[in-house]
Write a new protein. Structure first.
Length: 288
């Protein structure tokens, strides 16, 4: 369940000052806290959590070395920051306490290393080029262990993303979100709903790479039920939409991860005032 499912949308066009917590911890709720990974061993532990979710639970097929090591890893891990949620009530070192993770890649870092991860599926270069005065940040590899799929955990992931974005003066968050399975037709209602109601247009338009693109316009607008479609959306996608996100044109099938992907684009200026007030305009709601 996405924490954003517990809130209601409000007026958009919120803004926020760029003050953030300074003690390294980006948020706390009860025994849970969120922060950026500090060591290689913590990143390795986050990769183990990703393996448990993506491979053992969702049947992803990773390269042979990753399957042997039981770690989801790739070249991007070396240049990304890794947002963690830790349960301090679990005995052991921080590596034993990681229950959720997100991978964060800032535009300045991406440009020094050949671009964003999403470039392999979407034409994000053109999107970024149209907004030279805005800093982009890519979100990816979001996962939560089954026992921690609760409001508190996802709230802390969002608190961490929000605080990190403020710290680095980010103007747009974007990244791929996934439907389970590699048959886009199985998600025709939801994909058509996104196409007709949430597609990014104008300066925010972005398309899947032509050789990979699957048409999301499978059903006419009048045949797409909003209630049915919203029920069919993954909680993460639903949460992004409630924040004010837009969806790129075209889905992409990722056979390795056994998913059908869509690209989410979330300008900070589009985030609902209600959510900014909830998480804290200075990222301080859960930081103490």
């Amino acid at each position: 369940m996405d924490a954003l499912d517990y809130l209601q949308p409000g007026d958009r066009m919120g803004t926020a000052p760029a003050s953030v917590p300074t003690d390294g911890v980006l948020g706390r709720i009860g025994s849970l806290e969120t922060r950026i990974a500090l060591t290689d061993s913590e990143i390795d532990a986050a990769q183990a959590v990703r393996y448990r979710v993506f491979v053992e639970e969702m049947q992803a097929q990773l390269p042979a070395e990753a399957m042997l090591r039981k770690r989801d890893f790739d070249k991007w891990d070396d240049i990304c920051d890794h947002l963690l949620v830790l349960d301090r009530n679990i005995d052991g070192d921080p590596e034993d306490q990681i229950v959720a993770t997100y991978r964060l890649l800032r535009q300045d870092v991406a440009m020094q290393h050949g671009g964003f991860y999403s470039d392999s599926e979407y034409l994000t270069e053109a999107l970024v080029a149209r907004h030279p005065d805005i800093r982009f940040m890519e979100l990816g590899r979001s996962c939560v262990l089954p026992d921690y799929r609760s409001k508190r955990t996802v709230e802390l992931l969002w608190q961490g993303n929000w605080a990190y974005a403020l710290k680095h003066n980010i103007g747009v968050m974007f990244g791929c979100a996934s439907f389970h399975g590699t048959d886009p037709a199985a998600h025709a209602t939801a994909l058509s709903f996104l196409y007709h109601n949430a597609r990014a247009t104008g300066d925010w338009a972005v398309s899947a790479r032509p050789e990979l693109a699957v048409d999301m316009n499978m059903l006419p607008a009048e045949e797409v039920s909003g209630r049915r479609a919203l029920t069919a959306l993954p909680p993460l996608v639903k949460g992004y939409l409630r924040l004010g996100a837009m969806i790129g044109d075209g889905a992409v099938v990722d056979h390795a991860f056994n998913t059908t992907d869509v690209l989410v684009v979330l300008p900070i200026a589009s985030i609902s005032d209600r959510y900014i007030n909830y998480y804290g305009a200075d990222a301080g709601r859960f930081a103490s």
